[in-house]
Design a protein around this ligand. Structure first.
Ligand code: SER
Length: 316
């Protein structure tokens, strides 16, 4: 019997992943949790501060949890507002998950990492799996450190921790919060609302991105892969597509010819410039057959169609 605890279940990725896991394993086998309550949630929801060891432990014991997807974290841009707090929250919550998993026989742990682990010393194009990591944000430092701790728990205790370095995730189902790649979701909302989009990155800032459906599928495929296939125990590079603000703007203009954009780069520009432009994910492809499906145009069509439906429903 699989019983899954998801932390950060109200987040951009967590909310969609939770629904997908409910569909896959049955609503009653998923315990969703988040720092904030979720009164409209359908299923089992627990208000949980993941930095509190005993609260997680209680949920794990009471619900006979067998797997944990630990999505709670503070992201790259938001994290810079208070670096030490970000470090404490991101690391403490993950240490709690690792220790509780080890002590209570959790079978698998999923830990999301990020392109934020890379810093200025990498090759920015086709960034390989194992370059020298010098992350430029406290979020990136916490994620790269977390990767190494996941590997340590695997090597030392045999805990089956699996991880992906997500590119910027783009979906219509949820809004991102506090990341450097958020612009690529927000731009679709502006387009559908017929507003001029004010972009906080320069037009030419190419970053790795992935459509939500691909990001979710990658997560499930990694978690379903036979244990012996997992050769990367830090975190897998994962690629979807790469584009810059000008290119996404042009893709949207094919659908909304009157769409307009202005560029006002802020502190997030420097973060974005330290990240890869494209990712080499050969290990994910070899080990568990990863292959993305969506490109900028196919994603843009779906984003706009779905957001139009959502906004129409909201005005009825
Ligand atoms: N999308 C995230 C961010 O921008 C990267 O992991 O912080």
């Amino acid at each position: 019997m699989i019983k899954i605890l998801v932390t950060g279940a109200r987040g951009q990725l967590g909310s969609v992943l939770t629904k997908t896991l409910q569909e896959k394993y049955g609503v009653h086998n998923i315990i969703a949790s988040d720092l904030l309550d979720n009164p409209n949630f359908i299923g089992h929801f627990e208000k949980l501060d993941a930095t509190d060891y005993s609260s997680i432990e209680e949920i794990v014991i009471n619900n006979e949890i067998t797997e944990i997807y630990h999505l709670a974290a503070i992201l790259s841009a938001k994290g810079e507002e208070n670096p030490l707090r970000t470090w404490n929250i991101n690391m403490k919550s993950f240490f709690n998950v690792l220790e509780i998993s080890r002590l209570h026989g959790i079978i698998k742990v999923f830990y999301p990492s990020s392109i934020a682990v890379f810093g200025n010393e990498i090759e920015h194009i086709n960034t390989p799996q194992n370059p020298n990591l010098t992350p430029a944000t406290v979020y990136g430092i916490s994620k790269s450190t977390g990767e190494i701790w996941g590997n340590y728990y695997y090597e030392k205790y045999g805990l089956d921790v699996r991880s992906l370095r997500y590119p910027g995730v783009i979906g219509y189902q949820s809004l991102p919060g506090g990341g450097t790649t958020d612009y690529a979701v927000n731009i679709y909302h502006s387009a559908v609302k017929k507003k001029v989009f004010n972009c906080f990155l320069e037009a030419s800032t190419t970053l790795p991105m992935i459509f939500m459906d691909d990001a979710i599928r990658a997560t499930l495929e990694l978690m379903d892969a036979p244990k012996e296939n997992i050769s990367v125990r830090t975190s897998y590079n994962l690629a979807g597509m790469s584009f810059n603000p000008r290119e996404i703007f042009e893709a949207i203009k094919k659908i909304y010819p009157n769409f307009e954009i202005s560029y006002n780069p802020d502190f997030r520009q420097e973060i974005a410039s330290s990240w890869p432009q494209s990712i080499n994910d050969i290990d994910a492809r070899k080990d568990w057959g990863w292959k993305p499906v969506f490109n900028l145009d196919t994603m843009s069509k779906i984003m706009i169609q779905k957001l139009e439906e959502q906004y129409k429903l909201a005005t009825i």
